[in-house]
Design a protein around this ligand. Sequence first.
Ligand SMILES: Cc1cc2nc3c(=O)[nH]c(=O)nc-3n(C[C@H](O)[C@H](O)[C@H](O)COP(=O)(O)OP(=O)(O)OC[C@H]3O[C@@H](n4cnc5c(N)ncnc54)[C@H](O)[C@@H]3O)c2cc1C
Length: 512
Amino acid sequence: MKRFVSFAALAAAALAQFEATDFNVTEALLDNGIDCNSLKVLFGDDQVETRSETAYSSWLNSLWSGQQRLIAPECVFKPEKPLDISTAILIARLTECPFAAKSGGHSSVPGGSNIAGGISISFVEKMNAISVSSDKKTVSFQPGNTWLNIYTRAAKDGLAVNGGRVASVGVGGLLLGGGISYTGGINGMSCDNIISYELVTASGLVINVDQNKYADLYWALRGGGNNFGIVTKFTVEAFPLGPTMWGGMRTYTQGAFSALIDAYYNLGMNAPQDGKAHQILSFSFRAPNVQLANVELEYAEPNANASILAEYNAIGGALRDQTAVRSLAELTTLLDGPASGTGLRQGFWTWTMKLDKEMATVAKDIFFEEVTSISDAADLVPAFSLQVLSTPILEKTAKRGGNALGLTAADGPLINALVALKWSNPADDTRMWRFAQKVKDRSFAAATAKGKAHPYVYMNYASPWQDPVASYGSTNKARLISISKKYDPTSVFERLQPGYFKLTRAAYSGSP
Ligand SMILES: Cc1cc2nc3c(=O)[nH]c(=O)nc-3n(C[C@H](O)[C@H](O)[C@H](O)COP(=O)(O)OP(=O)(O)OC[C@H]3O[C@@H](n4cnc5c(N)ncnc54)[C@H](O)[C@@H]3O)c2cc1C
């Protein structure tokens, strides 16, 4: 209802009472037509893109997954400062308009960082500052950054931080869900190296959160995902690195699989001896029946012959060997090539097992057995990867009061398993997801039968139907919910920002 009234009505009202005692400003604003499009009026064309604008379509194409690109927000909002985000959250609350936030846009969850008919908040354009502290102990950055930006800037001061391994991945999602890093053996998960957060809360307050101020929120933000507010600045521990280190990918055929799994297991078990080494062992398939293994190896010094890598280095016959001495930034750029497949449809499914040779082999075999059922899908790129949450990584989950992930050194060492799929035809969606789920279900059942299964679900690799927060354990889940009730009593981040993994549910209900 528009609030134009006739002079006669006004005059009559003036005789009685011009403004009712229960006059509701909120309702009046809504009657005047305030809605999420009002951001355009408040912030102008430069900060708000709507459907007819080219910048809106280009923004959609900046999302990593094809499914996320097809979601049409009402507008894309590009804040310049924390107060802009505060205003957007309050307008979203006023108008009950849903919103999403995008950092690097690499979520594999459709709707994880873009929202149909709502406000998609994007940091990349105007909130991408980075600074190194004068004592060179910390790096602070806004959520519009990718890891390539951070590593490039930190390297100018001879520093690095414990972040992602692929250049174009964003800082926001990775840090809020955990973070597996090349240097995890030295520093732990990325979230365990965060000193402080600048956070916009549900009530639009901008607060600084660290181990002493809002200590409960500080704990919750380390693994709690997008459920506690919008982070507008991360300050993380820095450490000297470089200018170069060693690493890259080697590719092998089937004959090397068994030796690779042995080397994977031994490097994982030996991690306490030398935390500078890093590995990802992946298996890939190409129709009709090409099976390959790719091993991504790194060492946090320019040393190709570290003794901890001797077993891997002794495996001959690589089809391709890209390992070399490089900067951290170059390594992340190299890994972006095969990893991105930007714009294709994407699906992740993850699970956790005790580090065990037999379990790694069984899961790899199940992946190859099942993959033939989807091998006719157009543009299919199927991969199964094995990483290790080693004892040194798990020990550091206790840093600064611990995190929300529910992991301790006593749990480990652990296999982090991931099925990652790319495909192009929406008609294949269901069978792709079901394939990934089946590989996980069969592998997890085999691990359970041998007492080797572990409940942890890594949020950053989870499928939309998995529930990472439940996997942190009932005590941590209850603690997260109670912290959320304290700082966000009306559940703004659960109700109005429904995408991604919530405290009480998976991103999607049921199963694919
Ligand atoms: C190619 C590729 C490589 C990867 N490499 C690694 C790796 O090396 N290590 C690893 O651990 N993981 C890795 N991942 C997984 C990665 O951590 C997740 O995909 C992560 O969500 C990506 O973060 P993003 O900021 O790019 O994603 P986005 O899609 O922008 O965000 C993911 C979620 O985080 C929320 N979010 C983002 N920023 C903020 C913020 N500032 N405040 C509040 N919420 C926010 C979003 O709303 C969304 O729900 C990789 C993924 C891909 C696709």
